[in-house]
Design a binder for this molecule. Structure first.
Ligand SMILES: Nc1ncnc2c1ncn2[C@@H]1O[C@H](COP(=O)(O)OP(=O)(O)O)[C@@H](O)[C@H]1O
Ligand SMILES: [Mg+2]
Length: 318
């Protein structure tokens, strides 16, 4: 697939009981974008996502994934390109062991057995579940199941990763590692979630769905700071944007809130500095010396910020 584009044009879908879940939805997502899908319960997010990999087929309108129009004939091909992680990991795990579950997809790819091994172990390592490989999935905690379901999808090396409420079963630490994992996945990502802080962290763009249609679409900071829009869709400002509303003349409670926020604001510094450094090297290799120098300085300054954040955080503890 040359371009990992996802395009919905005027798509309608009605469940057999008559519920109209998609009502003429149109949406275009281009290669490499990270897009958050938000909306009230029942707005059609899951139905939309289940169309991206052909798990459901549109009843009218067209869906284009890369070079293919989605229909019965292209469904199998599209499934190899789009990795869909369901909201409930139990819908995805059905083999006797974690290893078998993650190996299930690659075994159908005509790969050599040692290649399958290698890919499965790598995927389990990525989600921090290597030590669980011989366990039966039904013995795992909810967070572990989610991580294994993610491994079972990334092992297929999809071009487009689609996740439905990926953080809903995760404890804070697993949620953090998921955010970092998603940050490292460079291809197209489409994520439906009520966890607006996660969307803010991982996505550049956010689409609001209501009654099976797009009602807003724009840069994530703009959409997720629009209180009226969020309230009209039963959503709340992400915690990290509520900082603007700290009352003047606060309480000690605000200080703990601030500690939390400092952690949140600071957590990407080291990662960003590393990226600036990489680009500095690339720019240097391309003969862009001045640009490379500035990127190196950006990296240095960002790491200094990291120190300031740590210091501020330390002061919230006294
Ligand atoms: N299997 C189903 N059968 C009938 N109606 C369904 C089914 N799944 C979802 N719906 C309905 O379709 C609408 C959209 O649901 P869904 O896509 O799950 O929304 P969301 O993921 O935003 O909560 C809702 O009205 C929901 O009740
Ligand atoms: Mg849903």
């Amino acid at each position: 697939m040359s371009h990992h584009i996802v395009e919905f044009q005027d798509v309608y879908f009605r469940y057999p009981d008559g519920t109209a879940a998609l009502n003429g939805i149109s949406l275009r997502i281009t290669h490499g974008e990270a897009v958050g899908i938000v909306g009230a319960n029942g707005s059609g997010k899951s139905t939309l996502l289940m169309h991206t990999n052909g798990y459901l087929l549109p009843q009218s309108g067209t869906i284009t994934i890369g070079d293919f129009h989605l229909d019965k004939r292209t469904q199998q091909e599209i499934r190899k390109k789009v990795g869909l992680i369901f909201q409930n990991p139990d819908d995805q795990l059905f083999m006797p062991t974690v290893f078998d579950d993650v190996a299930f997809g690659p075994l159908n790819l005509e790969l050599k057995p040692e290649k399958v091994w290698e890919r499965v172990l790598e995927a389990l390592e990525t989600v921090g579940c290597l030590s669980l490989k011989n366990k039966p999935p039904h013995h795992l905690s909810a967070g572990q199941k989610s991580a294994v379901a993610i491994a079972a999808v990334i092992v297929m090396q999809p071009d487009i990763l689609v996740m439905d409420e990926p953080a809903s079963h995760l404890d804070p630490k697993s949620r953090r590692s998921l955010i970092s994992l998603l940050g490292h996945f460079e291809h197209t990502k489409i994520i439906a979630s009520h966890d607006l802080d996660l969307i803010l962290d991982v996505c550049r763009r956010c689409v609001v769905i209501k009654e099976g249609r797009v009602v807003a679409d724009g840069p994530v900071e703009q959409i997720l700071s629009d209180r009226q829009l969020l309230e009209a869709n039963n959503l709340e400002l992400p915690l990290s944007l509520q900082k603007r509303e700290l009352p003047l003349g606060g309480t000690m409670d605000d200080i703990s809130k601030l500690r939390h926020l400092l952690g949140h604001w600071a957590e990407h510094n080291a990662e960003h500095a590393k990226t600036y450094r990489e680009w500095a090297k690339k720019s240097d290799a391309l003969g862009k010396r001045e640009l490379s120098r500035i990127l190196d300085r950006l990296a240095d300054e960002t790491m200094k910020l990291e120190e300031l954040f740590k210091e501020a955080e330390r002061l919230t503890r006294h």
